[in-house]
Design a protein around this ligand. Structure first.
Ligand SMILES: *[C@@H]1O[C@H](CO)[C@@H](O)[C@H](O)[C@H]1NC(C)=O
Ligand SMILES: *[C@@H]1O[C@H](CO)[C@@H](O)[C@H](O)[C@H]1NC(C)=O
Ligand SMILES: *[C@@H]1O[C@H](CO)[C@@H](O)[C@H](O)[C@H]1NC(C)=O
Ligand SMILES: *[C@@H]1O[C@H](CO)[C@@H](O)[C@H](O)[C@H]1NC(C)=O
Length: 601
């Protein structure tokens, strides 16, 4: 008997091993793709996930195809072995632990993670399509291992590479290089998924795009591009909205000239600049970025930064104006946006990310004086929001009043908290709330908002201890079930997060994948999410869920900050900036135009 049982046990092991060793393979219209099965573990439970890695979705954007919209890769000449990640796109990696990474201009690949469970619907698995962040200049799909999210949530996860920096976004205002290639790459990958995911057991009518930071801005841009009809039905924006001020330029001719000049090319006319950049090696392009970062820190790296531009096609008008536009007029973009389901959120202290740029070696001891606040931080913030416009003194005074703790107005430790608030508000919090308001201000929309606040055991970005809520990017660990290479990212081997974080991760993965499956984060009800029902967001109730050691829900997230920036400051700004017209005291019919300092002419 014992032998018999032992025999069955061995047999089961063999069957098991046989199953794991079986090579997963799918036949698509483009050819046969073979992958590999990997075992992942979450909360001590093992799962097998089929991975198809490094699938080319576009022709290599090299040679004549550099600075052009991507072209579909087309069919595979033979069976395609998709067992290794493709190389990342050229980028300057400033994280030392990742400096060895090899990159290539031939980088337009996607990765697919397919769970072994039966799908929740006969039509197939819901799909979660991830767009990585990194300021449109860094990052790659492979850092975000979709294995745990896919297995625990029972969805297909897709991650992608898209072109970055100058190679992804060169816009010199003419047909030679019209810009936004990186966004068109994302879109082509979505089209690939639409056409081929059925072969992997996916339901192409249930695609959700999600992304963080620049990936989140990309999500919101894709959601406002009406030609994307049919490619996805919902989007999850994690910390980044297209309403971010100051991001979108009309072109990046200035950056292009900087690159050309630095590669000893003539910048007399744009044709020459273009030929120079067209024939440069990717290494020399990245070297200009690396040199700029090394020589002048952030200020210089802004010069070499290239991000999405108002190209007149993908982006027709400045997205920073959308909030006003949504109130006053019809817009095809906004109408399309509202037909998609949106889950949107920000972390507790997004602004802590910018502390890295203050150039202090010891952020724990950082202090900000009143002088620094008034002469550097406040003007720095207004430069982002108002660009070249002259900022009236009264606006500066209002900002100082708003970003002061009036119980300890000049305490340098309170002022550093205010700097985190200020930059969190302008870059993330206010744009996010604007976006949720724009999206939800109509009937029959599905809109959800979250705020992720806990202090995690390990944060991805350098964060001082006095920052007592989540920093930018902190929600990524929980969303991906901590399936990160912590060794590569943080130089920690065998990391296991604390139990409360794993439980929170389980809840978040349930909400995220529920939303992908049904469009409602609360359905299908699972044990993990049954205790807190996530209410819909609308402009009246402004309800949101707050993720923490215990989840709860609240109302009016950053409502004060949003109204302060969008209504109060704008009104004051407009009133002081527009020259006042007054009737002449001398009874003349001529009207006088007066400047804001009171002189009339
Ligand atoms: C190239 O850039 C560096 C800083 O990144 C600058 O110091 C140098 O002058 C530039 N070279 C040319 C030829 O513009
Ligand atoms: C919502 O839309 C109405 C008109 O459709 C507009 O008057 C109102 O200002 C909008 N509210 C917000 C917060 O955008
Ligand atoms: C974080 O610190 C601020 C200011 O020091 C304090 O007002 C707030 O209650 C703290 N929040 C948490 C969640 O500890
Ligand atoms: C990683 O950690 C080990 C030991 O903890 C240390 O010796 C090594 O220098 C670290 N590597 C990097 C790149 O920081």
């Amino acid at each position: 008997m014992a032998n018999f049982l032992a025999g069955i046990f061995i047999l089961l092991c063999l069957v098991n091993r046989y199953l794991s060793a079986e090579i997963p393979s799918v036949t698509t219209a483009l050819g046969t793709i073979t992958g590999a099965t990997k075992r992942v573990v979450f909360q001590k439970k093992p799962y097998d996930v089929d991975r198809y890695l490094g699938i080319p979705y576009a022709k290599p954007p090299t040679g004549e195809l550099r600075f052009k919209r991507p072209e579909p890769y087309g069919p595979f000449p033979g069976a395609y072995s998709a067992t290794n990640f493709g190389l990342s796109c050229p980028q300057h990696l400033f994280l030392p632990v990742m400096a060895e990474e090899q990159t290539s201009e031939d980088c337009l690949f996607l990765n697919i993670y397919v769970p072994r469970q039966e799908p929740d619907q006969p039509s197939g698995h819901a799909i979660m399509f991830f767009i990585h962040g990194g300021g449109f200049t860094m990052g790659s799909g492979k850092i975000y291992d979709g294995g745990v999210l896919s297995s625990v949530g029972n969805v297909i996860v897709v991650t992608i590479n898209y072109r970055l920096g100058l190679l992804g976004f060169l816009d010199i205002d003419n047909v030679k290089s019209s810009g936004n290639f990186g966004l068109f790459d994302q879109r082509l990958a979505l089209q690939w998924v639409n056409e081929n995911i059925g072969a992997f057991g996916g339901d192409k009518d249930r695609v959700t795009i999600f992304g963080e930071s620049a990936g989140s801005i990309s999500v919101s841009l894709q959601m406002m591009f009406p030609q994307n009809e049919g490619l996805f039905r919902s989007g999850i924006s994690e910390s980044g909205a297209l309403t971010l001020p100051g991001l979108f330029l009309e072109n990046n001719i200035e950056a292009a000239k900087y690159f050309a000049e630095n590669m000893s090319c003539s910048v007399e006319d744009m044709d020459e600049v273009f030929s120079c950049l067209q024939s440069a090696t990717p290494e020399s392009i990245i070297k200009v970025v690396a040199d700029a970062v090394a020589s002048g820190g952030m200020a210089a790296s802004v010069k070499v930064g290239s991000s999405p531009t108002i190209d007149g096609e993908f982006i027709k008008t400045n997205p920073a104006d959308l909030y006003r536009k949504a109130v006053t007029g019809e817009s095809e973009e906004i109408n399309f946006f509202r037909t998609r389901k949106l889950m949107n959120g920000v972390n507790g202290k997004e602004g802590a990310m910018f502390l890295m740029m203050l150039g202090s070696d010891n952020l724990d001891e950082l202090e900000i004086t009143r002088e620094q606040m008034n002469t550097q931080q406040i003007p720095g913030a207004t430069a982002v929001v108002y660009g070249q416009r002259t900022v009236p003194e009264v606006v500066k005074q209002l900002l100082i009043a708003e970003y002061t703790d009036w119980e300890n107005p000049d305490d340098p430790k309170k002022l550093r908290e205010q700097v985190v608030r200020l930059f969190g508000d302008i870059y993330f919090n206010v744009p996010a709330i604007e976006m949720s308001r724009i999206h939800s201000n109509a009937s029959n929309v599905d809109s959800y908002l979250y705020n992720f606040v806990p202090v995690l055991d390990k944060r991805l970005l350098p964060t001082p201890n006095w920052v007592n809520m989540s920093n930018h990017g902190d929600e990524l660990g929980p969303v991906f079930g901590y399936n990160f290479d912590f060794e590569a990212l943080l130089n920690i081997s065998d990391y296991t997060p604390p139990e409360w974080e794993l439980e929170m991760s389980e809840r978040m993965m349930a909400y995220w994948t529920n939303f992908a499956k049904t469009g409602d984060p609360n359905k299908p009800v699972s044990d993990a999410v049954s205790s807190v029902v996530w209410p819909k967001y609308d402009i009246t109730s402004q309800s949101y869920i707050k993720f923490d050691r215990k989840d709860s829900f609240g109302q009016y997230l950053f409502a004060r900050e949003t109204d302060f920036w969008k209504n109060t400051l704008s009104a004051v700004f407009d009133a002081t900036e527009v020259p006042t017209t007054i009737t002449s005291l001398y009874g003349s019919k001529d009207e006088q135009t007066c400047e804001k300092d009171g002189t009339c002419g």
